[in-house]
Design a protein around this ligand. Structure first.
Ligand SMILES: O=C(O)[C@H](O)C(=O)CO
Ligand SMILES: [Mg+2]
Length: 265
């Protein structure tokens, strides 16, 4: 049976971030994910997790200067030292939060950069991250992201991600298969799940409605069909609920939109 994790960067945005842990637990979530933990001391986050009976199942490595538009460092030639510092920090937080997955964002391909150099930089950085994470039992996740939401992002397709994993050659590097992005870029979701899940290289799923990125029951994707498919294939990992509630930051907007989850809790 697939298990669902509340993405606290997108859900419960009518309350402060640190209060979202309790909000998610009250709705029956047993796990959370979010973009970045670094604005808070790890013990503060660990306390919220423990107090609310929650697992931390994913967060992202430092992405560079997010506010300046950077979306990851892994593919950026010349930023290797900063990337490595970020991996050390991410592993420190992952250990404190008992989080078994770190999403390493690829980054935006620099204008005019040599494609082979960018790809080689990415492979070397992810290989480094995997080597650092492996002794701690931590997986490094790679996520294809659609070019409408993130123009110029290095990684956009499932086949690209799986080919990179083969070349990187580290057992703890997996794909973060965000079905929202996959629908936008490629479609054919059920066949993509049937193709890639049996490889053992999918480490996490995320979901959102397409095209508005609202609840999974708002939009063109039949997620009930996909959840039953994942269940039939024996997937008992986590599915991150990475969507913006359709009612925005209105009070109880997340709760009001959770009807789709009830059969799966
Ligand atoms: O946006 C997404 O789908 C990713 O999961 C992410 O972590 C960066 O925004
Ligand atoms: Mg995602």
């Amino acid at each position: 049976m697939p298990r669902f994790a509340a993405n606290l960067s997108m859900l419960y945005n009518d309350v402060d971030f640190l209060d979202r842990f309790a909000a998610a637990a009250r709705e029956g979530f047993k796990a959370v994910e979010y973009l970045f933990p670094y604005a808070y001391p790890a013990p503060e986050l660990a306390t919220r997790l423990q107090a609310n009976g929650l697992q931390q199942v994913l967060f992202n490595a430092p992405p560079g200067n997010w506010d300046a538009g950077e979306r990851g460092l892994a593919c950026l030639p010349g930023r290797e030292a900063e990337f490595r510092e970020g991996i050390a920090k991410a592993i420190e937080y992952a250990q404190a939060l008992q989080c078994p997955r770190i999403h390493v964002m690829a980054g935006l391909v620099p204008q005019g950069a040599d494609a082979a150099t960018v790809r080689a930089t990415y492979i070397a950085n992810v290989r480094y991250a995997a080597e650092q994470a492996a002794p701690h039992g931590i997986q490094i996740l790679l996520e294809p992201i659609n070019g409408r939401d993130m123009p110029g992002f290095f990684l956009s397709r499932q086949d690209q991600a799986h080919a990179l994993i083969a070349e990187i050659g580290a057992a703890n590097v997996k794909v973060q298969m965000d079905l929202y992005h996959c629908q936008i870029v490629e479609g054919d979701l059920a066949m993509k799940v049937r193709q890639y899940l049996p490889t053992g290289n999918v480490g996490h799923f995320q979901i959102a409605g397409v095209p508005e990125r609202h609840e999974p029951d708002v939009g063109e994707i039949n997620y009930t069909y996909l959840f039953k498919l994942l269940d039939s294939m024996g997937y008992d990992g986590w599915i991150g609920c990475e969507y913006r509630p359709a009612r925005g930051a209105a009070a109880h907007a997340t709760s009001d939109g959770l009807g789709w989850l009830k059969p799966w809790l």
